[in-house]
Design a binder for this molecule. Structure first.
Ligand code: ADP
Ligand code: MG
Length: 340
């Protein structure tokens, strides 16, 4: 006999949903930093302890959360960023699902301290495994400070799948660096176990920031690419074929400044190198694709790293052409000025 259909208890529902948004500490770091960016922050400081599992602290100087909104910020499907289905076609914020904070709070002890401009006093609220305690006054000069402790402590299966502290810390570092590359006007810092991992100042160039996450000599030789067509624009830096490597871990792609994983973009990039890469070789690349928001669907997966394009062919040809063109120009220049 088949067991009856039952609605899962709310606590289990929220843990299952949280699992889609939060795979590991780095997912929480990404969501929190995205929220800071959406809040207009120009300075974002992150501290993590034990790979982010013990503690993640994100402090920003953004617009803060009003007292009446604080309980909603921790409620699933509550967001300040969209109001209608139509808005999904023109999303310019990183968030829109209203899930991240609720998910994080359901699998940790989360302490939020925040102040809105003009308020006499900040406020603070703690949520333990999704249950929000009373909101109380608190001291904070500006912006929002979110501290997440003991992530996944109540979800043993998730804990079991985490890697070593060093690996989880590396993922947090990567997630943050990738956002930092797309926001050169914002300062970012990251500290792990009290040790500063990086500090990016506002106004630095892309190359400057890249040099702190990739080998500097490699960054020096990157080739700039740029092409624009029908309201779509691709810009970025790509490695020469000679710098290709056996792993694709130095390919960072953005769609409207959102870091994405996308097979179409990857194929287009590789196609730009046609005839110069071996089948198992990957180039380095940092690519920024900008296109009208109606041309792209970002509501594909809760983690928001996947997208769907309306006109795949146009995008493929734009990127492939830009890469090919940049590499050709670079090779031509090298011919004119042969190395001694
Ligand atoms: P989403 O980003 O999809 O709206 P989240 O769960 O990430 O959903 O955040 C819920 C809401 O909390 C946001 O819509 C925003 O209004 C508020 N919020 C979260 N983090 C911050 C922050 N650092 N500064 C200001 N507001 C924030
Ligand atoms: Mg968000």
């Amino acid at each position: 006999m088949t067991p009856p259909i039952r609605i899962l208890p709310p606590e289990l529902q929220s843990q299952i949903a949280a699992g889609e948004v939060l795979e590991r500490p780095a997912s929480a770091v990404k969501e929190l930093v995205e929220n800071s960016l959406d809040a207009g922050a120009t300075s974002i400081d992150v501290e993590i302890d034990r790979g982010g599992q013990e503690r993640i602290l994100v402090q920003d100087n953004g617009q803060g959360i009003a007292e009446q909104d604080l309980p909603l910020a921790l409620t699933r499907h509550a967001t300040s960023k969209i109001v209608s289905l139509d808005d999904l076609q023109r999303i310019s914020s990183f968030g829109f699902r209203g899930e991240a904070l609720a998910s994080i709070a359901s699998v940790s002890r989360t302490l939020i301290t925040t102040i809105v401009p003009g308020a006499d006093q900040g406020i603070q609220a703690e949520a333990v495994h999704g249950k929000l305690a009373e909101i109380r006054p608190a001291a904070i000069a500006r912006g929002t400070r979110i501290e997440v402790r003991d992530l996944f402590a109540n979800v043993p299966v998730r804990l079991k799948f985490l890697k070593t502290t060093a690996t989880e810390a590396k993922r947090c570092q990567e997630a943050m660096a990738h956002m930092a590359l797309a926001h050169l006007d914002v300062s970012f810092s990251l500290t792990h176990n009290g040790r500063e991992i990086f500090r990016f100042l506002a106004g630095e160039s892309l190359e400057h920031r890249l040099q702190r996450i990739w080998p500097p000599h490699l960054v020096q030789d990157l080739v700039p690419i740029q092409r624009e067509r029908d309201g779509m624009r691709i810009t970025g830096l790509v490695g020469t074929p000679g710098q290709a490597q056996g792993r694709g871990d130095r390919i960072i792609m953005y769609v409207n400044d959102r870091p994405v994983k996308d097979k179409l973009l990857l194929r287009a990039l590789r196609q730009g190198y046609k005839g110069t890469l071996l089948s198992k070789e990957y180039p380095q690349a940092v690519l920024f694709l900008r296109l009208p928001t109606r041309e792209v669907d970002v509501n594909v997966h809760p983690a928001k790293t996947e997208v769907r394009f309306l006109d795949e062919r146009a995008i493929f040809s734009l990127i492939q052409g830009a890469v090919r063109n940049g590499l050709d120009a670079c090779l031509a220049q090298a011919d004119l000025q042969p190395l001694a």
